[in-house]
Design a protein around this ligand. Structure first.
Ligand code: PMM
Length: 289
């Protein structure tokens, strides 16, 4: 593991910013605008230069109902972008559910694996992560995009997501994943409706009970686009959800989460600087009166 990835995993003084680079023709959040290689490379550099601590490169859309690309197609999309960013000195994470794609990305410089399925989609993933000791982000997941909406059924969403993440963490560690290199994520929008997402947003501090660093991915998700809109109206377009996204990032930072995954890095970096400056002035509980 590179020193920078190790340092980032241990970082607790402030909430980190992961910038999203989706190299997909159908991502719900940026409409596939970055699909062409040149555009993807330019966008990746822009995200890095905007101040992202980690740049997350993904080649598979997880939009509800999305069909999966072939492994070859996913590799074709992500490998050149990961290589370019790593060469420029970015800390790159590879957003994939496939061990083969994770391995190819690590080969060209990715240092973190971000798996929305938490190792459930590909039986090769956990043994591979355990073998190479890669820092691993495991998200709460109940199935692929084509099936996940029908699985958004909970009686106590916070309790059930926590329990399922706890079980997953134990399985991952039993499978050889180093607990010091494991990040967990509640998976907003994945087999969750808007009410489920809001219940999790209201319970962010509880996620620390899992005993692992926590990543939150709320950026531009539909539940944010529905705020202030009548239920019968279409949600606000994805590119117009950055103010709401920033509010979620501030909530995450106030709750002491490890990292937020966002599309608009510049606004998040500035908003989190506000939280960081204020938290520096917390009264020292150990100080003499
Ligand atoms: N969300 C998306 C993709 N990858 N990874 C993690 N760890 N957490 C998330 O919430 C997450 C993710 C879907 O959003 P996008 O299509 O805007 O990237």
């Amino acid at each position: 593991m590179s020193t920078s990835a190790a340092e980032l995993l241990a970082q607790r003084d402030r909430t980190l910013v992961m910038g999203v680079v989706n190299v997909t023709p159908d991502s719900f959040s940026d409409g596939g605008e970055w699909f062409e290689l040149a555009a993807a490379l330019a966008h990746g550099r822009e995200v890095f230069e905007a101040g992202a601590d980690i740049v997350d490169v993904g080649g598979e859309s997880t939009r509800p109902g999305a069909e999966r690309p072939s492994v070859e197609e996913e590799l074709r999309r992500v490998v050149p972008v990961v290589a370019d960013l790593a060469e420029r000195g970015a800390v790159v994470s590879i957003d994939t559910m496939r061990a083969q794609v994770a391995a190819a990305a690590v080969e060209v410089g990715a240092v973190i694996v971000n798996d929305v399925s938490g190792g459930l989609a590909d039986p090769e993933m956990v043994p591979w992560v355990a073998g190479v000791g890669a820092p691993y982000i495991a998200m709460h997941w109940r199935g692929h995009s084509t099936a996940m909406q029908s699985r958004a059924v909970y009686t106590d969403v916070v309790g059930e997501v926590l329990h399922e993440l706890e079980v997953r963490r134990d399985e991952l560690v039993a499978g050889g994943v180093n607990p010091d290199r494991l990040v967990l994520d509640p998976g907003l929008g994945f087999a969750k409706n808007a009410d489920h997402n809001w219940a999790l947003m209201a319970a962010l501090p509880v996620l620390h009970d899992l005993g692992q660093p926590i990543l939150l991915g709320a950026s531009r998700k539909t539940f944010l686009g529905r705020l202030g809109r009548a239920a019968s109206d279409a949600p606000r377009p994805a590119a117009e959800r950055d103010l709401e996204t920033t509010a979620t990032s501030v909530m995450a930072a106030m709750a002491g989460l490890w990292c937020v995954r966002v599309h608009d890095v510049a606004s998040t970096v500035r908003a989190l600087a506000v939280v960081e400056a204020a938290l520096l002035h917390l009264p020292d509980e150990d100080a003499a009166p």
